[in-house]
Design a protein around this ligand. Structure first.
Ligand code: NAD
Length: 260
């Protein structure tokens, strides 16, 4: 049962993270939102979560490219809502370029936000979870945590690293009432992917819908996008009693991408 638990979802002002926050709120969790965006829109999101699901919701603008700020997010959530029971490391960015042209500062940013932030939040969240003898950590990795694509060196390295961090966290917490698992989505049509679809449409001189279909056709045999709601349902499952013996695992939800 997750009702009444406190959940932090990083990068939850948009896309998948917002879907995960809504799914946990629908089960009765208090939610600490995090991420960037328009202040008024974020406040509207926060207030809507509270109203719609009758839960408490907070917001932190912590910039997860900074390790200290990532750790601080956990303290901020605990001060506002109570000790953190559920941590979903979801924030992520992408940069697409061949290695020889990949700007080193983009490499550093992708690694910091997509991988190191999960180390810092996990490190900060584990003591309270251990005291409670209860906790769940869900790391949103990617199909790119399991297989590679060209031009995504930093992203693929970070997501493979996140799957590795998940295994170590699972081992170090095994038997303590804490679990840590990774979720590996295929294509989800969020702002992060919309940028890649639009770049592809411009490059190939085709309409955006055609570019989206081609993107799926390249990698995702089901031919359909994964949705944030589907990922939310898996995340809720991984935080529930039925999943108590699942830890250190990586779950694909990718329309068959990594089965090939
Ligand atoms: P998105 O761009 O819609 O959302 C990313 C979120 O992270 C936003 O809330 C943004 O504000 C936040 N964020 C970015 N930089 C941040 C920072 N420095 N500090 C704090 N927050 C920051 O992207 P999305 O598609 O919803 O991606 C969410 C996660 O899912 C990412 O880790 C991504 O790698 C992963 N993922 C996405 C897809 C996909 O197809 N969309 C597939 C596999 C994995």
């Amino acid at each position: 049962m997750v009702r009444g638990k406190v959940a932090v979802v990083t990068g939850s002002t948009s896309g998948i993270g917002l879907g995960l926050a809504r799914a946990l709120a629908a089960e009765g969790c208090s939610i600490m939102l995090n991420g960037f965006g328009d202040t008024g829109e974020i406040e509207a999101l926060r207030a809507r979560l509270e109203r719609e699901f009758d839960i408490r919701a907070g917001y932190s603008g912590a910039d997860l490219s900074d390790g200290g700020a990532a750790a601080g997010l956990i303290a901020e959530a605990a001060a506002a809502l109570g000790p953190v029971d559920i941590l979903v490391n979801n924030a992520g960015i992408q940069h697409v370029a061949p290695i020889e042209e990949f700007p080193p500062e983009k490499w550093d940013a992708v690694l910091a936000i997509n991988l190191s932030s999960a180390f810092h939040t996990t490190r900060a969240a584990l003591p309270a979870m251990r005291r409670a003898g209860w906790g769940h950590i869900v790391n949103i990795a990617s199909a790119h945590g399991l297989v590679a694509s060209p031009c995504k060196s930093a992203y693929v390295a970070a997501k493979h690293g996140l799957v590795g961090l998940t295994k170590v966290t699972g081992l170090e917490t095994a038997g303590s009432g804490i679990t840590c698992n990774a979720v590996c989505p295929g294509w989800v049509r969020t702002p992060l992917v919309e940028q890649q679809i639009e770049a592809r449409a411009a490059e190939q001189g085709v309409p955006v819908d055609r570019a989206a279909a081609d993107l799926l056709g390249d990698k995702q045999p089901s031919g359909a996008f994964v949705t944030p709601e589907q990922l939310g349902a898996l995340t809720v499952f991984l935080c529930g009693d039925a999943a108590a013996q699942i830890t250190g695992a990586a779950f694909s939800m990718d329309g068959g991408w990594t089965a090939q």
